[in-house]
Every structure is written in structure tokens, then in C-alpha cells.
Design a protein around this ligand. Structure first.
Ligand code: FES
Length: 357
């Protein structure tokens, strides 16, 4: 059951913090940086379906939550995801080939099925240790997602809070690295104050945060587009001045954004993947309704335009902020939503390997 958890906030344990001026302020305490998992157990965006399109085609590997994962499509068209580094001598299976529904290592030809079992070693019988880790993989709306963590940590793949009847088609992902830890990058979405200073948005009414169970939070707010940039002027001229935003945040790794303007609705997925303590790899995937028109060349062009407008919006964070340092003791009453977000993120479990016992 959902519970509105902020604005107004329920009574929660509070701390008296001394500010640098010696005044005390009653704020929720934000967790220490050591409380956050290095890699949250969650769903990670692997890439568009087109990156692993053809049954039996070339496998592809990517870094996800600190490990390399290979995804391939068997001859039956089904996707499989395994640890990319071969358990023999560590070669990347993405350099190998798909044979039937198995993947073959490029180095010495060991062959693994979709359950990670080694089913063939050219030089003899597979040794007992010969096994690859397996990861849940889901393909939806033209995108591939991989869960990193044990089966005990798994939860269903989330999606947008509302979906059009026709479903969605994705546009080209936009990838960039943010020079901030994953929890700072992710919690930025809850920092409503920065909408005014960084993005030239005027907040209309109070933002609302709801719990979506243990792994999710929903943020809703309404803003007015006030900026003088070309992108903002185009928005006001063609789709409207005010926008209702609903963002479903999941697992520390995904933000499903719906922005409803008067004359258009925009769907964007933003994904987060920690690269090290200070860097987060972000991917932005725009979507639009899966109609005949939207699949036409002109429809694809309009999706490209939405992509550019969204990049232009997020660019302000990248270009204007520089290094953002997590200092829990400096957060103030106006940062309440942000502090709540940090407390939630600190509770999220770290990736655990699947138990083989
Ligand atoms: S490293 Fe893969 S078979 Fe040897």
C-alpha cells in the first residue's frame, strides 16, 4: 500500500544538528557515505534490443554493477545473460560465437548453455568448477534489462507509472559519465530546489513523494518552464508552459520519467550504473508511443527532437555543477526530500552473488 511520505512528512526520528553558526535546526539526519552500497542490487539497463538483435548473432558484453555481463540471443530467439569472463582463464565470451542456444568461448572453445553449465570442453570432460554465473534478463519495449544480485534480492522489472495502450518504442540512448557517486547522482532528482537555480523552472505547488514498496519511490511535481534557452522557448511555443512530472525511482538504478505538457507527453528512462566511488555512468533513453506514424521517418525525427530537448535539460547538471560533494551534516530543512531519499538509498542492499550451495 502506498503511503505519502513527504509534504507533509510524517513524524520521523529527528536529530538536533548544530549549524556552523551555532544555531540548532531540527532536521532528519542523512546517512554517512559509508552506508551506501557500492553497487545496489537492482535492474540495470543493458542496451536497446537492436544491440543483440539477430538470433545466433554476435554476443555483446558490458560492464554492469562492477562486473562484465555478456548477453546473447540463442537460435531460438531467447536472450540469455551470463558472467562475461570465462571461468577457465577469463576470456570475454563476447569475443566468441553463439552455437544453437549455447555460447562458445573464443579462447579454448568451452561451451556454456543459458543456465551457465559448461556442456562441452574440446579437450575432454568439463571440470566440476566449469560454470558461468547467470543473470535474469528481460526484454521490454525495445530495451534489454539485466538484474544484478541474487534471486533473493530480485524484484519485478519496473516501468513507467502509466503506459499508452500502443506500448512504447525507444529512441537512441544518450550516454554520459557524471563525476559524482551513484547515490548523489540518483538523489539529484529529489532535489527540487535545484530545479529553479539550474533548470529555470518555477515550482507550482508542493512536490509529493510516495513509497512504492521497499525498492521504489514516486515523485510528483508541477513546474512552469521559465528559461530563455532555445529549448525552453521551443517547449513553451509548441507543447506548453506548464508541465506535470511523475518520476518513478527504482532500486538506485532507474528513474522512469513522464512529463505531461499541455500538447505532448514525454517518456524518458534515466539509468544509473556506478563505475567507481566518484563516477556514475548514466544512460538516457527517450520513448514515444508505438504508433504507425511514430515508426515512420518523420515520427523517428520527432523522437530525436525529444531526445535533444531532454539532453539539453540534463546538460545543465553536467555543465554547471562541477564536483558535488556529499556532506550529510550540511543538509538543511529545505533539503528534507533529499535527506529522505538518501535514507532510502542507504537501506538498499548491495549486489550479492547467487548462492551455489
Ligand atoms: S578462457 Fe575460455 S575456454 Fe579458456
Amino acid at each position: 500500500m502506498r503511503r505519502t511520505m513527504s509534504t507533509p512528512l510524517p513524524k520521523a526520528p529527528a536529530l538536533e544538528l548544530e549549524s556552523s553558526l551555532g544555531r540548532s535546526c531540527d532536521v532528519l539526519s542523512a546517512p554517512d557515505a559509508s552506508s551506501f552500497a557500492s553497487y545496489p542490487a537492482s535492474w540495470y539497463f543493458f542496451g536497446p534490443s537492436s544491440s543483440v538483435q539477430k538470433p545466433g548473432g554476435s554476443p555483446v558484453s558490458r560492464q554492469l554493477a562492477g562486473e562484465r555481463v555478456v548477453v546473447y540471443r540463442g537460435a531460438d530467439g531467447v536472450l540469455r545473460a551470463l558472467d562475461a569472463h570465462c571461468c577457465h582463464m577469463g576470456a570475454d565470451l563476447a569475443g566468441g560465437e553463439v552455437e544453437g542456444n549455447c555460447i562458445c568461448c573464443p579462447f579454448h572453445g568451452w561451451q556454456y548453455d543459458g543456465d551457465g553449465r559448461c556442456v562441452m570442453v574440446p579437450s575432454g570432460a568439463p571440470p566440476p568448477f566449469a560454470r558461468q554465473g547467470v543473470h535474469p534478463v528481460v526484454e521490454r519495449d525495445g530495451c534489454i534489462f539485466v538484474f544484478r544480485g541474487s534471486s533473493l534480492q530480485a524484484f519485478p522489472l519496473p516501468t513507467f507509472s502509466a503506459l499508452p495502450r500502443e506500448g512504447l518504442v525507444p529512441g537512441r540512448p544518450f550516454r554520459f559519465d557524471g563525476p559524482w557517486p551513484w547515490y548523489v547522482t540518483f538523489a539529484n532528482g529529489f532535489d527540487i530546489q535545484h530545479m529553479t537555480c539550474v533548470h529555470d523552472r518555477k515550482l507550482l505547488g508542493e512536490p509529493i513523494v510516495e513509497e512504492l514498496g521497499f525498492h521504489g519511490r514516486r515523485l510528483r511535481y508541477r513546474t512552469e518552464v521559465c528559461g530563455r534557452s532555445l529549448a525552453d522557448r521551443a517547449l513553451r511555443a509548441f507543447v506548453g508552459t506548464e508541465v506535470d512530472v511523475t518520476i518513478d525511482f527504482w532500486g538506485g538504478t532507474m528513474a522512469w520519467v513522464i512529463a505531461r505538457f499541455r500538447h505532448a507527453t514525454s517518456y524518458v528512462l534515466i539509468t544509473f550504473d556506478p563505475r567507481d566511488n566518484d563516477t556514475t555512468h548514466l544512460q538516457l533513453v527517450p520513448f514515444q508511443r508505438n504508433t504507425l506514424w511514430n515508426r515512420s521517418p518523420i515520427g523517428r525525427l520527432s523522437l530525436e527532437l525529444r531526445r535533444l530537448l531532454t539532453i539539453s535539460f540534463l546538460r545543465h547538471d553536467l555543465d554547471d555543477l562541477g564536483e558535488v560533494i556529499y556532506r550529510p551534516g550540511t543538509l538543511v530543512e529545505a533539503d528534507r526530500n533529499l535527506i529522505q531519499a538518501y535514507r532510502w538509498l542507504a537501506d538498499l542492499p548491495a549486489v550479492e552473488p547467487e548462492s551455489t550451495g
